[in-house]
Design a protein around this ligand. Sequence first.
Ligand code: SF4
Ligand code: SF4
Length: 272
Amino acid sequence: MNFKRWTIARHTVQLLMIALLASPLAGLAIFRGNLAAAELLGLPLADPLAFLQATLGGLVFVVSYLLSTLAVVAFYFLLGGRTFCGWVCPVGLITELADKLRKKLGTGATVLPLNLNRWSLLLVLAVVTITGIPLFEVVSPIGIINRAVVFGSLLPLLLVAAILLTELLVARRVWCRSLCPLGGFYSLLAGASPLRIGFIAERCTHCNDCLKVCPVEEVLQPSLELNQPQVAAGDCTRCMACLDACPSKALTISVGYHSRSKDTTDPHKGGR
Ligand code: SF4
Ligand code: SF4
């Protein structure tokens, strides 16, 4: 059995993030705020989408948050962009658990197109520009869960429950895959990030174990079918589940930009 070191590391980080968000409840002063805008050990941190909404909506523009937003953007750019979705966002952990349950139930296998999240990003930015309403902060499961933990506001959790029910019964991982505008923002960053998943075609036996665990399996297809040396798509969350799943070590961490394999006439060339 494969030792799932990346999955263990990722779940540890996700649980630590939840503990950090809940730490004010225990009277600890290390973290104040939420994943949209916060202070960690006194340092201001801002989610880039929250900052964009606040600025476009004319709500607030704080220079210290501009600098921290740029620092957050640079951090996630270097670490793969949607690393936020795969490793940090507590909603990702909840929807991952829901997906495991969905598989057991054998329900909700529909998938929506991945690029919808770019349209939802555009919608959120248009709404705040025109009306001044920061739509994402109102409906975001991240904010709802955070407010429930810190302030005990339980009613909005019904929206989170509705998303989870949809994911269980109708469409697989619909929020993280296709609807979340923050995921859309980070997918733009991820498409340009130098930290990617690499593919070594010579090692691949085409067992498809990686596809079974990938939350956005469409991004792996070009490598498996056309021997592309990197998973370049911005929707890859850098969750590393494929690295844990691959019995042949055909998937790796790859830094830099490697061009497409020249020989794509035989998609399985070099696969054994
Ligand atoms: S390609 Fe690998 S790292 Fe990227 S989302 Fe799929 S399983 Fe995760
Ligand atoms: S990359 Fe690994 S897990 Fe995926 S099909 Fe090839 S051998 Fe199987």
